[in-house]
Unconditional design. Structure first.
Length: 448
């Protein structure tokens, strides 16, 4: 039995911040103490004086690229980057090669993660036009939900038949499984692309990316998803909402999660279309980074409950893939290593509170997907913990980037927040620059 004391930190948990101690026994939180824990014998004592102690981040939206796209990233490299960033659990998306649209492909991912992942893991099952009958084969305790691409960013995973959409929404409602959707109108994207190409050539400048994938592209698809969810009573979670208009589809709530919820991702909270001038294709993603007004609306929704979760849509590409413009440059960026410290910067800016950061990045992902015994600092829960502090300024440089692609849109950015320690199941995986490469995380359970 290994007993750990984390003392003197400011504990941020369930809407409160208070000075206190945590006691861990092996992989479980034994007790949360306001003020000091009882004197005792501990195998490890971590003094968190001047630091904030929070539940580890649950990133419910990542693309770790394995299997099939390992030249871009793999489970080992990206889970390492996650641990450096205070992320203790992730849900990976199904657009790999092969796609996670069969039970066999899903099982293969779990086998890979058991061997390679430094933090806790789970995988969405992907919907297609033809596989809804296979949902009955899934163990609902082993997946967060179903991922549906109602957009053009993921090749042949696009579901574009109305009949298939209706069946997917109905089946998820019947199984009480969350349905997470990527919503963009494919036909409208194609129309916009043709117009821009006709005027600006075969590979228009990336500044036109938010013109091609504009507000209407998102609204047409998002509003259809909400309409279907209401029709069938589906538990719908809209991924990476980008526009102020889309926020009108959701009922703001900071106390109780609604049946239809929205996610924002870091890129759309940090960047606006003005940043294409300096960042170029480094911030090209789908849906596109849009206007400063849209960004401001998303930021306000973090506090009023219009946004329920913050993820990263972490999607690494090799640098060579990011060359070109709207057509040639790949969409997606690595963000998981710097997601938490970026959100804490928004606290400094007065956009939201540190308690709300924990709600958006740990508590609500756990609630929304019914994660078993994670996402909170509670007695009997898994000891997934991150310790952060604000201190001396530091700069993102290429040598500290852990993602396999070795670039970040945050390169050159100066932070004052830093992740000090990351505990995964009670194990100190990241400790102030030192990484335990031997540790492997656990498969996440749901709805137990």
């Amino acid at each position: 039995m290994e007993k750990t004391l984390i003392k003197n930190g400011i504990i941020v948990n369930e809407g409160r911040s208070f000075k206190g101690d945590l006691v861990l026994i092996d992989d479980i939180i034994e007790a949360v103490y306001e003020q000091s824990a009882p004197v005792g014998d501990y195998n490890r004592v971590v003094d968190a004086e001047g630091c904030y102690v929070m539940p580890g981040v649950i990133d419910e939206h990542v693309h770790f690229r394995e299997p099939g796209l390992e030249r871009k990233a793999d489970i080992e490299s990206e889970s390492r980057a996650a641990a450096y960033g205070g992320v203790t659990s992730y849900f990976d998306m199904p657009n790999t090669n092969p796609q996670t649209t069969t039970v066999e492909a899903l099982d293969d991912k779990y086998r890979r993660a058991a061997k390679e992942s430094h933090i806790n893991y789970s995988f969405f099952y992907g919907a297609t036009n033809d596989n809804v009958d296979d949902f009955a084969k899934l163990d609902v305790h082993h997946i967060p939900g179903i991922k549906l691409f109602m957009g053009a960013s993921t090749g042949n995973m696009l579901v574009d038949r109305q009949e298939s959409l209706e069946m997917i929404f109905r089946r998820c409602a019947d199984m009480n499984l969350p349905l997470m959707t990527h919503c963009e109108d494919t036909n409208l994207i194609n129309e916009n692309m043709a117009k821009i190409k006709a005027e600006y050539g075969d590979d228009p400048d990336v500044k036109f990316h938010p013109v091609i994938r504009d507000e209407k592209v998102c609204w047409n698809s998002s509003s259809l998803a909400v309409e279907l969810a209401k029709k069938y009573g589906t538990r719908l979670h809209l991924a990476h909402v980008t526009t102020a208009k889309e926020l009108s589809l959701f009922v703001p709530s900071v106390n109780d999660l609604q049946k239809i919820t929205a996610e924002a991702v870091i890129a759309h909270l940090v960047f606006s279309d003005a940043d294409y001038k300096d960042k170029g294709t480094l911030i090209k993603c789908n849906p596109a980074v849009k206007t400063a007004d849209d960004r401001e609306a998303l930021r306000k929704a973090l506090m009023n409950g219009g946004i329920s979760c913050v993820g990263t849509d972490h999607a690494p590409h090799e640098s060579k893939d990011k060359q070109g413009g709207c057509c040639k440059a790949a969409s997606g960026m690595p963000m998981i290593q710097f997601s938490l410290v970026t959100m804490l910067e928004l606290v400094d800016e007065g956009v939201l509170t540190i308690e709300r950061v924990v709600e958006l990045m740990a508590h609500n992902p756990a609630r929304l997907f019914s994660v078993s015994q994670r996402g909170f600092l509670r007695k009997g829960y898994k000891a997934d913990i991150v310790i952060v502090k604000a201190g001396e300024e530091w700069t993102v440089t290429k040598d500290i980037i852990q993602s396999k692609c070795k670039w970040s849109p945050m390169e050159g950015h100066k932070y004052r927040w830093q992740v000090v320690d990351t505990f995964v199941n009670g194990q100190l995986v990241y400790d102030n620059g030192t990484f335990n490469a031997d540790y492997r995380g656990e498969q996440i359970s749901f709805r137990d």
